[in-house]
Design a protein around this ligand. Sequence first.
Ligand SMILES: [Mg+2]
Length: 260
Amino acid sequence: MNADKTVLTEWTKKDQDRQNLHLQRILDRIHVKTKRQASSVVIFDLDGTLYDNRPRTMYILRQIADQFYDQMPQLVKAVENGEINKLDNYEYGLDASMARLGVTDENEIKLAKSEWSKRFFTDDYQQYDVPLPGAKKFVCDVYEAGATVIYLTGRDVNMLVGLTQTLRMCGFPVGVVGTMTMTKKDFNQDDGMFKDEVAAYLDRLGEVVGIFENEPANSNLFQKNFPGATSMFLLTQHRPDAPALDDGITPIRDFRILDL
Ligand SMILES: [Mg+2]
């Protein structure tokens, strides 16, 4: 990894060994606590943490290109030349993704944005998200070890049905004893404030032993609130204006425990 701890450039055996060590440490700690009848809690963010949501945008843009064929020649071209299918073209923001796909016409951008936001934040399209490698297995291991699994997401409650369905479809434990899903009350609730409010609640719920996030601001906030937890940062995508990651938070690329 390079000096910026929030960006994945190269991945070495040393990085993988550290990822293995910290993931295993969380599981071991849960086992010890469960044996003593003590509670443990692990927090998983969804977008950019358990899930890669770029395929959701990819699917939506393909659909828009099809539906507005005559009005979107640049986007249609991205379908024809295959650029729309390359995940690497999808940046954190839709503007940057459109630029990479070769869509520069203002009217096309405006139409694509408006159609994209009608779809992206709804129940129906979350099924196109893809779990990160090892995510399902690790969450199942955490659950089976006896920790309470918390899905803590910036998605709002209007997306709850779709997100529950997608978690279940992908084999994550959801809706059963030992799991909890926390969404924002409404779309406009500030992400940071929401997670701050949640932190106070979680504190009363049990001992937080593991935290998984892909936004540096949230990672820093949780580490401050739960200094005893193993805090992991997913090297996926995050806001471009994010703060630096605080010391003591471990960057990981996915959820696999493996030998390189
Ligand atoms: Mg996220």
